[in-house]
Design a protein around this ligand. Sequence first.
Ligand SMILES: [Zn+2]
Length: 132
Amino acid sequence: MARCRCHSRKLEKRCCGPLHAGRPAPTPLALMRSRYAAYAKGLVAYVQDTTHPFGPHWQSDRAAWAEELAAFCAATRFDGLTIVDAPDPVGDEATVTFRAELTQGGRDVGFTERSTFRRVDGRWLYVAGEAG
Ligand SMILES: [Zn+2]
């Protein structure tokens, strides 16, 4: 039984697995965790599909973007995820602040980010992040 890569200590099938399989994330926090797990697993299409098209991280050249994401995923170890703050959404807008523990080539590249999310057609999407 695989533990979820979002470091929830839950089984993947009871955590981010169903979201990766297409179920809409019930909350912005669930989406955030599932995106972290998707990065850890190299599920670049999931990262792309949950990025808001009007946000700064969205790229119109999907193939080139996928390559970029895959290179990042392959070069990075995803060591930990700590949720700092996840207030209730206000309408279709929400923020989640988290600390991601990451390592690249033995170097600590962890960071804290305050992400913003927006709900579009019933699905939460990642819009942008700023250093938290
Ligand atoms: Zn998970």
